[in-house]
Design a protein around this ligand. Structure first.
Ligand SMILES: [Zn+2]
Length: 252
């Protein structure tokens, strides 16, 4: 199958500033509406009845909302800006980027015909407590493929985890470590896992590890959630956006 490289749009400083401005305006509008409905629950306005009182109260609300959103605000503007800016991952160190482009990597499944939607991208909003490196929560990309499509090891390595509980958050999943544990890939929501896979077993690049599915409480429809993370010098782990690398890997 031929793969058309997908353009990777990195949000520049100007885009970020525009996103932030829109988010601030939205927060201001929202605060204004919240104050209006709060006032409706107050039986009697201390400013008196009648049109003059209403106009004055309205102006006060607007000024207050603008001031709040322009200043510290509720923090909603920051939250919104983060969710509207999908490419907020820091680039990986040069050695990691080199390892990911050494020619040994294979696309984990067949390439979807359509570009990733905002919700499928790395850093998209996901609820819950997520690593800060994953933007608004999504630590990987969601590749929408029909159930049963083979999923392969993106590189040679060792199996470091296998989850076989379809009722868990991630459903059936496989975790592999590569390049002497420098890099980790994860494959979530599978419908089937190759039965011979157990922690410690080795895999070669392109070897089938399972099939696309929709297992797990967080899966909405058949897709492969694919993650790449790397070890940091302090022993931690940092996730990166796999989207720019996928078109450079061998197609399935
Ligand atoms: Zn996902």
């Amino acid at each position: 199958m031929r793969v058309t490289p997908q353009p990777v749009v990195a949000a520049g400083a100007a885009d970020r500033a525009a996103t932030r401005r829109v988010a601030r305006e939205f927060e201001s509008l929202l605060l204004n509406e919240v104050m209006k409905s709060m006032r409706r629950t107050v039986p009697e306005s201390p400013l008196g009845e009648g049109l003059a009182g209403e106009i004055f109260t309205g102006m006060l609300d607007e000024t207050f909302a603008d001031a709040l959103a322009g200043g510290a605000g509720l923090g909603l503007a920051d939250l919104l800006a983060a969710q509207l800016t999908p490419e907020n991952a820091a680039p990986p160190p040069a050695a990691i980027a080199r390892a990911l482009t050494d020619g040994e990597w294979v696309q984990p499944t067949t390439t979807p015909a359509t570009p990733l939607s905002a919700a499928q991208r790395f850093g998209a909003y996901r609820p819950g407590n997520r690593p800060a490196a994953c933007g608004a929560g999504h630590c990987g990309v969601d590749l929408g493929r029909p159930g049963g499509t083979p999923v392969v090891a993106a590189a040679s390595g060792t199996v470091t985890g296998v989850g076989r509980d379809p009722g868990s958050e991630s459903g059936l999943w496989v975790e592999l470590s590569h390049e002497n544990r420098k890099l980790t890939t994860r494959y979530l929501h599978l419908s089937h896992i190759a039965p011979e896979l157990t922690p410690g077993s080795s895999v070669t690049a392109g070897e089938v590890v399972g099939e696309v599915g929709a297992t797990g409480t967080t899966a909405r429809g058949d897709h492969l959630h694919f993650e790449v993370s790397y070890r940091t010098p302090d022993g931690g782990r940092r996730w990166l956006d796999p989207a720019p690398y996928l078109p450079r890997w061998k197609a399935r």
